[in-house]
Ligand binder design. Structure first.
Ligand SMILES: [Zn+2]
Length: 198
């Protein structure tokens, strides 16, 4: 018997994280980003990209990431913001430090997270990937709640997009991007994604 069933038996059933046909996650707070467009016709999701982001870099909390992804970042609010406020970027998901999940773009549409990139010989990873931002910094350990939510989300995505690879932004844009950084523990994620005994 799995741990979740045991918990359910104790009356503490955890709500399921499910990705619907449009690519919306059941447990996510939905925030609409205009920075999206259609995937190329017939394009399937075959890649999940893990990112790290904090605005300003190294500062956690606040609403700056949400503002950036919705084109509402105030360039005067912080010196760093002036350099990025005009960017038109987004990701499908953001996982906050406490594990809360925010969704900006349904997985059926293309979010603008990867930039110039390549994976297994294919360029323009935005065409065929789902982007997940973890609120963090390259050299600051990510929070346990973030790993837990990331693993739940990847499992849910795999139900909708079986066999999708999981890679870091630094893997698809080497030399240009470093996130999620050396602080991200890939072994820990692998362990969380390993099949559980039934
Ligand atoms: Zn990134």
């Amino acid at each position: 018997m799995s741990r979740s069933r045991t918990a359910a038996g104790a009356g503490r059933r955890r709500r399921r994280l499910v990705i619907d046909a449009a690519g919306r996650a059941s447990l996510a707070r939905q925030v609409r980003s205009p920075n999206r467009d259609a995937r190329p016709a017939g394009e399937a999701v075959t890649l999940i990209v893990v990112h790290g982001i904090s605005l300003p870099p190294g500062a956690f909390g606040g609403d700056a990431i949400e503002r950036l992804f919705t084109n509402r970042l105030d360039p005067a609010a912080h010196p760093y913001f002036a350099s990025i406020a005009a960017l038109r970027v987004s990701a499908h998901f953001l996982i906050r430090r406490d594990g809360r999940l925010v969704q900006f773009v349904p997985c059926g549409e293309r979010a603008w997270h990867a930039g110039e990139s390549a994976w297994k010989g294919r360029v323009r990873c935005n065409d065929f990937s789902v982007g997940i931002e973890l609120e963090g910094a390259d050299d600051v350990p990510y929070a346990p709640a973030q790993y837990a939510m990331l693993a739940r989300l990847v499992r849910a995505l795999w139900k909708r997009f079986p066999g999708a690879d999981v890679a870091g932004h630094s893997d698809i844009a080497p030399g240009r991007k470093t996130d999620p950084g050396p602080a991200f523990d890939w072994v820990r994620l692998q362990r969380l994604l390993a099949p559980r005994p039934r």
